[in-house]
Ligand binder design. Sequence first.
Ligand code: ARG
Length: 475
Amino acid sequence: MIKKEDKLWGGRFKTRTSSIMERIGESISFDKELYKQDIRGSLAHAKNLLKIEILTTIEFEQIQKALIEIEQEIESGNFQYKLELEDIHMHIESRLTEKIGLPGKKLHTARSRNDQVAQDVRLYIKDETKEILKLIYSLLEVIIEKSKSHTEMIMPGYTHLQVAQPIRVSHYLLSYFWAVGRDLEQFLFAYSVNDLLVLGSGALSGVNYPTDRKFIQEELKLKNISENSIDAVASRDHVLNLLFAICQTLIHFSRISEEIIIYSTVEFSFISLPDSLTTGSSIMPQKKNPDIAELIRGKSARVISNLNHMLVLLKGLPLAYNRDLQEDKISLFDSVEQVKISIEGIREMIHEMKFHPDKMINSLNNGFATATDLADFLVSKKNIPFREAHEYVGKLVSACIEKKLTLPEISLQDRKEISEHFATDEYMDAISLEKSADKKNVFGGTSFERQNEQIKNAEHKLKFWKEKILEVENE
Ligand code: ARG
């Protein structure tokens, strides 16, 4: 155990910290993840101390050199972590002093761990959001690519998980594009509100030194400067925003996963995943399980509870910093890791999935997916009121069910018995799956023509997002 006088805050304490205090108080087991951001923040802070003449040039250079070495020590696995040193901030500062002595002890001038950790987390969110944006972009590219090769293939569209109407496979896939695109926009928003300098806020009220906040802001390439030191150290809204963006994404992924799971069952057999993205069973030799999809569906529960954790953590917390906030990082780090791996999982599944058109056509026919089209045909070509047309088609469907036939299979004679109007050459056209899709020729509809238009629009939008991502990256 560390001697009381070795604690960075030990001055006013007469006795040693107890083991329970150290064990419950430590965050090094998880906040070591912040080492890069902590060092980046400290370097900018040290430059400010040089500027306002708290540090001499020599001292600054010693600090700078040692901080860079510490970063390498951590990266090479040669850094020693000690529970007694609580968190990453104290580990780095204490190692700095160990290495260079007195100048190391000057680094914490005009800074509190409260503004330090608030800044580190904001830098972390910036770094990670950039990664997430790139991953989402690559997923969107894959969705467009897959859609392009599936503009002709037809599949059932569902409501109530009952066959509803024929849709183009590209239309189905592109529905994911727009949903995930909205996720990308949520991340851009989370990025922008997080892009803030909070250093200089001190413990809560500012610092007793002429810290040049504009200078540190430029050093750290941050867009804005916090207007209120209390809010700066107490707020975790930036964490909430990122966690929400992650939740929205995982909710979409969970729905996609659910469909992949259902569509790859023997009962549906609409799609199959390659062996490389599935697992077998240790007892049932025939099994091929869609584990990635199941795990992502499971992970959605996890990130939702992480957001919930943060909301509950913040509820009723008085201003400004409270130690409760130390645990914000557990949810944050976990959700970031989960969303990154999930994006990759969804991207690979979509890239690799194969559609089986015969099975899908079978379901469309067995589900009488063009019944509405047939009714509309009676309305527009035979001048029959819709309610009556609905009735005739209902009877035809019922006859098909009785005879175990589909709309294209039932005989001319049987059709005639229900209505004269079904006994025409146009009948086959009226129940055609492709024609049904192509009649949905409104903007945003499932017709073949609109698929090409939608792909163009998606590509256009993706270009726009690419520029936004580049702006974020090159700032
Ligand atoms: N490890 C702490 C955290 O993550 C750093 C801030 C400590 N501040 C304090 N007043 N004890 O929240």
